[in-house]
Design a protein around this ligand. Structure first.
Ligand SMILES: [Zn+2]
Length: 396
């Protein structure tokens, strides 16, 4: 299966035509290039989800609540998310990823920047995610969030090694991942930075999602997790910092000066009750993510607008669009979506709905249906694997 294609899309109802040649937007395409007609539609860029966890794709299939309600962020991790990731195996991860990707594409999301953890199945986990992305045709940026929180340094070494196995392709890039400052030693942080430099890529890590991360870094002698990661040389330019809820304006500006990205995940922050990332407006590089919630970016944007209003944050606009710049940095393409040299990812909307989705010049959703899969079949597999997963979670 070719990963990219050549396609002319349009003209749409405003007369716009986009030519894509070998996966990249071009000024024009050769005469014989196939055409996707959309005279009653509107061509818009595909959306970017700049931080998520495909391993949580089965959560909507009835994940049981913990026996006693978690009282704070660390308890939410311990009683919910860290039990879920420990229970993940190959079959449940594949089903979770396929369901998550399918619904992302149907919502018009064309790139997922994923941060993966499955401590009892580290080796081969990113290949499962990469295969699922390639099969359904989504663009993806993958990493394993290396951590020492279950099995110590050996676990982190295996997590970093898994990151290095991702083979770049026209629709796939690998990053070096750390779970978060508070679950890794100095040696692991240093190694992550070295690997990012060696592989010409960047770090993807949770930073200051909760005060617990800040307190841990301070107990280790740093001003905070940002300063710790910087002082250990891990934050190469372009690195992706998820959350940044508990940072000062000066800290956010310092990360911006190092050309680091922040990813705001408003629904997750609200759900985990960690606060609102008020200071991110002091950065010029803030994208929007969902942190494992569904990848319908219109839903995330509307949550952002609601929470920004509640928190008096007037500087929240442009985050969804900023994701295109982040993708362009990783794929060495033009940052302006739909401009010549940009990735050939777009959506044709009709009457406000998603009609066609194109990734890398290949149609992946046509007339509101997946091209490379069947949503009912994917959902059935997800339901089956979810019930197995909840059974295993109950024993952890
Ligand atoms: Zn996350």
């Amino acid at each position: 299966m070719a990963l990219t294609g050549s396609l002319v899309v349009g003209p749409d109802r405003s007369g716009r035509t986009v030519a894509i040649v070998d996966g990249i937007v071009a000024a024009r395409a050769p005469d014989a290039t196939p055409t996707l007609h959309c005279s009653d539609g509107e061509i818009v860029p595909g959306a970017v989800c700049a931080h998520t966890h495909m391993y949580s794709g089965l959560v909507p299939y009835g994940m049981p609540q913990p026996a006693s309600p978690p009282e704070n962020f660390l308890e939410i991790l311990g009683k919910v998310w860290w039990r879920l990731d420990k229970a993940i195996d190959a079959q449940s991860l594949e089903a979770s990823a396929r369901d998550y990707i399918a619904r992302a594409l149907l919502a018009g999301t064309t790139t997922l920047v994923d941060h993966h953890e499955s401590p009892n199945m580290i080796d081969g986990s990113l290949a499962i995610l990469g295969d699922a992305c390639a099969a359904l045709g989504i663009r993806a940026v993958l990493c394993y969030g290396a951590t020492e929180r279950n099995f110590g340094r050996e676990e982190a070494v295996r997590g970093l090694a898994e990151c290095c196995k991702v083979q770049a392709s026209p629709l796939l890039r690998g990053l070096i991942g750390l779970h978060a400052s508070f679950t890794v030693s100095d040696d692991t942080v240093r190694e992550a930075g070295d690997l990012a430099r060696d592989f010409g890529t960047v770090l993807h890590v949770h930073v200051a999602e909760d005060m617990a991360d800040v307190a841990d870094a301070q107990a280790r002698g740093s001003a905070g997790p940002l300063e710790r990661l910087l002082s250990l040389g891990a934050l190469v330019p372009g690195s992706i910092l998820a959350h940044g809820v508990h940072l000062s304006a000066d800290q956010v500006r310092a990360a911006d000066a190092h050309r680091c990205w922040f990813v705001h995940n408003p629904r997750s922050n609200e759900g985990n009750r960690v606060g609102y990332a008020r200071m991110l407006s002091h950065s010029t590089r803030v994208a929007l993510g969902t942190d494992g919630w569904n990848a319908d970016m219109a839903e995330e944007e509307s949550a952002l607008a609601r929470l920004a209003g509640q928190n008096g944050d007037a500087g929240f606009s442009g985050r969804l669009a900023a994701g295109h710049r982040l993708v362009a940095e990783r794929f060495d393409t033009h940052p302006e979506p739909l401009a010549p040299g940009a990735v050939g990812d777009l959506v044709v909307r009709t009457n406000g709905g998603i009609r066609h989705v194109v990734v890398g010049g290949r149609p992946v959703v046509c007339d509101g249906r997946l091209v490379n899969g069947n949503l009912d079949t994917i959902a059935e597999a997800a339901r089956t694997q979810a019930s197995r997963l909840w059974t295993r979670m109950a024993t952890i």
